[in-house]
Design a protein around this ligand. Structure first.
Ligand code: BTN
Length: 252
C-alpha cells in the first residue's frame, strides 16, 4: 500500500508550545509528518484562546505537520482523525475506552483527558495543517479544572508515555492515510459517530461567542460540523463553540 505519511520525531525538554514550534518548522520548509514532542510547554494553547496547562511530564504534548493533498473543505476532518487516533492509542497503550465530545475532546465519564488544537499556517510550499494533541497522562491537581481528568486517574496506573506516543503516531498515520481512500471521509465521519456518545440524541447546550442555545444532537455534516435539532425540528449547524451535555434531561 502507498505510504502517505512518514512520521519523524523532534523532541524538546521544554518549549513554548509544540503547535508554535510546528508552525515555525513548517514555515521553514519541514515535510509532512514532522512531529514535535515536548516534556513541558510554557505557553500551551487550547481552543478558543484558552491556555493548555502543560506541567513537566504530566502530559503528552504533541504536534504534527500535515500537508494534506485534499480540498480545503476536507481539512476540518483532520480534527476528527486526531480524536479517533487518540482513542485508538489509549486503547492500544492503556486498554482505556474513551468517549469523544464534539468537536474533539477525548473524555471518560464526561471528564476531559485529551484535547486537540488544529491550526493552519501559510508556507512557501502551500498551506499546512498543524494538529496539536495534549493528553493528560498523570494526576495533576494544579490545573484546578473540575471537568479535567487524566489517564492515570481513570485507569489507576501510570501510563507508559513512550507507548502512548508510539501508538498515537501509528494511529494518526493509519487514520490519516485512510482519509485518502475512496469514501475515506464518509468512513471517518461514521467512525467518529460510532465512537461518540454526543453524535446522536444527546441533549446539549451550545455556547457560541454571541449566543447560547439548547437542542438535541443529530449527527455530523460532511465537514464534521455538529447538527443540533431545535425544539421546532429545525437543524442548526455548529462549526465553532462549546458544547455541553445537559444532565438529568432525557431525550424525546
Ligand atoms: C483544547 O482546548 O482542548 C485543545 C488543547 C490542545 C493542547 C495541545 S498540547 C500540544 C499542542 N500544543 C499546544 O500549544 N496545544 C496543543
Amino acid at each position: 500500500m502507498l505510504e502517505i505519511l512518514q512520521p519523524t520525531l523532534l523532541r524538546f525538554d521544554s518549549i513554548d508550545s509544540t503547535n508554535l514550534e510546528a508552525m515555525r518548522q513548517a514555515r521553514a520548509g519541514a515535510s509532512e509528518g514532522l512531529c514535535i514532542v515536548a516534556r513541558e510547554q510554557t505557553q500551551g494553547r487550547g481552543r478558543l484562546n484558552r491556555t493548555w496547562h502543560s506541567p513537566k511530564d504530566a502530559g503528552l504534548y504533541f504536534s504534527i505537520i500535515l500537508r494534506p493533498q485534499m480540498k480545503l473543505s476536507g481539512w476540518p476532518l483532520l480534527t476528527l482523525v486526531a480524536a479517533l487516533a487518540v482513542r485508538d492509542a489509549l486503547i492500544s497503550a492503556c486498554a482505556l475506552q474513551t468517549d469523544i465530545k464534539w468537536p474533539n475532546d477525548v473524555c471518560v465519564n464526561d471528564r476531559k483527558l485529551a484535547g486537540i488544537l488544529a491550526e493552519t499556517v501559510e508556507t512557501q510550499m502551500g498551506p499546512a495543517a498543524i494538529v496539536g494533541i495534549g493528553i493528560n497522562l498523570s494526576v495533576d491537581t494544579s490545573s484546578g479544572l473540575p471537568e479535567a481528568t487524566s489517564v492515570e486517574s481513570v485507569s489507576g496506573s501510570k501510563p507508559d508515555r513512550e507507548a502512548v506516543l508510539r501508538e498515537l503516531v501509528d494511529a494518526i498515520r493509519a487514520r490519516y492515510e485512510f482519509l485518502y481512500h475512496n469514501e475515506g471521509e464518509e468512513h471517518t465521519l461514521r467512525e467518529w459517530c460510532a465512537n461518540s456518545s454526543y453524535a446522536f440524541g444527546r441533549r446539549v447546550r451550545v455556547a457560541l461567542s454571541e449566543a447560547t442555545f439548547e437542542g438535541t444532537t443529530a449527527g455530523l455534516e460532511a465537514d464534521g460540523a455538529l447538527r443540533v435539532e431545535m425544539g421546532d425540528g429545525k437543524i442548526t449547524v455548529v462549526r465553532a463553540g462549546d458544547v455541553r451535555a445537559l444532565r438529568g434531561v432525557t431525550n424525546g
